[in-house]
Design a protein around this ligand. Structure first.
Ligand SMILES: Nc1ncnc2c1ncn2[C@@H]1O[C@H](COP(=O)(O)OP(=O)(O)OP(=O)(O)O)[C@@H](O)[C@H]1O
Length: 455
C-alpha cells in the first residue's frame, strides 16, 4: 500500500485519534465541525452523527476553535472549562497554500480520575479558602481595603494619603461625595487600618430603615418594650459594634429626634435601649457618610449644627468620576477582569473608541454606573474585544457637554491626555515624545509640569 493511500485510510486515522488523544475535533474554515472523535463525543455526551456540520460553538462550551480558523494562530496548552472541569486544550490551524482551511483541536484528560482528583483537590482548597474568607468577613463585617480603591489620579492619591493619616485613633470622620463614588470603600478601609480592625465593622443605612424602627435598630430594645417586641429583647447595632466601628451611611437622612440621640452617644458614650431606663456604656468609632448638603440643611433647621460638628472632626471628599477622568481606563481594566472572571467569559479588552466615549461621558452614577455598564457589555458582547455598538444607546449617542465646560478646559484636558498617551508609548523618553508631538523639548517639559504628569 502506498504511504498516502495508507494514511488516507479513515479507519486508521480514527484509531490514531482515538488512541493518541482524549478528544479530537476538526473544524473547517467556517468553524463547522467536520470530525469529532468517539471519546470526545462520549465525554460531551453528544451523538457523533448529529454534531457533524454543526457550528463548533453550539457543541463545545468555551471553545475557541472558530477563532483559531480566523486568526490562524495556534493555541497550545490552554486551560478550558468543559463540563464542570478543566481540560488541557491545543488548537492548531491547518494551512494549504497559505490559506487557513481548517483547525484541529485536541483535549487531554488522559487520566480522567487523576485529573478529576486534582481538580476536586483544587476546588476543595478554593472553597475552603472562600469559606474562611466569608467567615472572617461575616465576623468582622469589613469587606474592602484601601487596595480596592482603584485609581491613580492626584485626587485619589491624596485621598488615600489622608485615609492613612486619620485611620488610627478614634477621630470621627464624615465622608462626603455623590452616590457611587466609593464612600463605603473608604469607611471599610479606615476601619481595617485602625486599631479596631480585629473588632466588628457595622454598617447602617439610615436612609433605608423606616423612621419608627431606626431607634430600636440602632440601640436595641428590652423585652416587652412594645407590642411585637422579641422575647429577651434585641441588641442594637451600636452594641453589636462595641469595640469596633459603626458606619452610618446616609446620615443626612436621619430624622431629627434620632439626631439628638446620636449626639448623646457621641458626647457621653452611652445610650438607653428602647424601653430601658438604664444607660449602657459604649465604645465605638463613628464614621458617617452622606451626599446631602448638610450645611444647607442646618440653615433650614433640618440637621443639628452641634451634631454636624461632632461627626465631622475630619471630612473626606470623594471626587465624582467626571473630575478624575484619567482614572477611567484603569477602572475599566479592573472591572473587566473582575466581571469576565465572574461571568466566565473570555473578553480581553475594549476598543480604544469605547474608552474614549467613556472618558467623555459625565457618569452621574459614578463608579457604580461604570461598573454596571462594563458588566452589561461583557454579557452582551460576542467578541473578545468590546466594540462601540455594545455600549448602551445613551452612551453611544452622547455629545460633548460643551456648555458645562469652557473651551479652554476641554482643550487642556485633551492636550493632557494626548501628552500622557504619547509619553506612555515611548516609555517616558521625553526627546522621543517631543518629536512625536511636534513640539520643542522645553515646551513639553512646561506642559508636563503644568499638568503634573508623572511616570
Ligand atoms: N475607586 C474604586 N475602585 C474600585 N471600585 C470602586 C471604586 N469606587 C467605588 N467602587 C465600586 O463602586 C460601587 C459603589 O461604591 P460605594 O458603595 O462605596 O459608593 P458610595 O459612595 O458609598 O455610594 P452610595 O452613596 O450610593 O451608598 C461599589 O461596587 C464599589 O466597590
Amino acid at each position: 500500500m502506498e504511504k498516502t493511500e495508507f494514511l488516507n485510510n479513515e479507519v486508521l486515522l480514527d484509531s490514531i485519534f482515538e488512541s493518541v488523544y482524549d478528544g479530537v475535533v476538526i473544524v473547517d474554515s467556517n468553524g463547522d465541525i467536520r470530525y469529532m472523535s468517539d471519546n470526545y463525543c462520549r465525554f460531551l455526551k453528544v451523538e457523533q452523527s448529529k454534531v457533524i456540520g454543526e457550528h463548533v460553538t453550539n457543541v463545545i462550551e468555551n471553545t475557541r476553535m472558530h477563532l483559531v480558523v480566523q486568526t490562524g494562530k495556534e493555541e497550545m496548552t490552554d486551560l478550558q472549562f468543559l463540563r464542570g472541569d478543566y481540560v488541557i486544550a491545543n488548537r492548531i490551524p491547518i494551512l494549504k497554500n497559505k490559506k487557513i482551511i481548517a483547525a484541529i483541536g485536541t483535549i487531554i484528560f488522559r487520566d480522567l480520575e487523576e485529573w478529576k482528583k486534582m481538580n476536586s483537590h483544587i476546588k476543595g482548597m478554593l472553597s475552603e479558602l472562600n469559606f474562611y474568607r466569608n467567615e472572617w468577613k461575616e465576623i468582622n463585617g469589613s469587606k474592602y481595603s484601601l487596595h480596592d480603591m482603584v485609581g491613580n489620579s492626584q485626587k485619589i492619591t491624596e485621598l488615600k494619603e489622608q485615609v492613612l493619616k486619620i485611620s488610627s485613633g478614634d477621630i470621627s470622620v464624615l465622608i462626603r461625595g455623590e452616590s457611587g463614588t466609593g464612600k463605603e470603600i473608604i469607611a471599610h478601609s479606615i476601619h481595617l487600618l485602625s486599631d479596631r480592625s480585629e473588632k466588628r465593622f457595622v454598617k447602617v443605612n439610615c436612609g433605608s430603615i423606616p423612621e419608627h424602627l431606626l431607634e430600636s435598630e440602632l440601640f436595641g430594645y428590652e423585652e416587652g418594650a412594645f407590642t411585637g417586641a422579641k422575647k429577651g429583647g434585641k441588641i442594637g447595632k451600636f452594641q453589636f459594634a462595641d469595640g469596633g466601628t459603626i458606619f452610618l451611611d446616609e446620615v443626612g437622612d436621619m430624622p431629627q429626634h434620632m439626631q439628638t440621640k446620636l449626639l448623646r452617644v457621641l458626647q457621653e458614650k452611652e445610650y438607653e435601649p428602647v424601653g430601658s431606663l438604664q444607660s449602657k456604656e459604649i465604645d465605638v468609632r463613628v464614621i458617617t457618610a452622606t451626599n446631602r448638603p448638610l450645611e444647607k440643611m442646618i440653615e433650614n433647621k433640618l440637621f443639628r449644627e452641634d451634631l454636624f460638628y461632632r461627626i465631622n472632626a475630619v471630612q473626606l471628599f470623594l471626587p465624582p468620576l467626571r473630575e478624575r477622568r484619567e482614572d477611567i481606563s484603569i477602572l475599566v481594566k479592573h472591572f473587566l477582569k473582575k466581571a469576565s472572571t465572574r461571568i466566565r467569559k473570555r473578553v480581553t479588552s475594549f476598543q480604544p473608541e469605547v474608552i474614549s466615549i467613556m472618558e467623555q461621558y459625565d457618569w452621574p452614577g459614578n463608579i457604580r454606573e461604570l461598573e454596571n455598564v462594563i458588566d452589561a457589555c461583557i454579557h452582551l458582547s460576542d467578541n473578545e474585544v468590546i466594540e462601540t455598538d455594545t455600549l448602551p444607546e445613551y452612551l453611544r449617542t452622547q455629545t460633548w457637554k460643551v456648555e458645562e465646560r469652557s473651551l479652554r478646559e476641554i482643550v487642556e484636558e485633551t492636550e493632557k491626555k494626548v501628552i500622557e498617551r504619547v509619553l506612555k508609548r515611548v516609555n517616558f523618553d521625553k526627546i522621543k515624545a517631543a518629536k512625536a508631538l511636534g513640539m520643542g523639548k522645553s515646551s513639553l517639559y512646561e506642559k508636563i509640569k503644568k499638568y503634573q504628569i508623572t511616570d
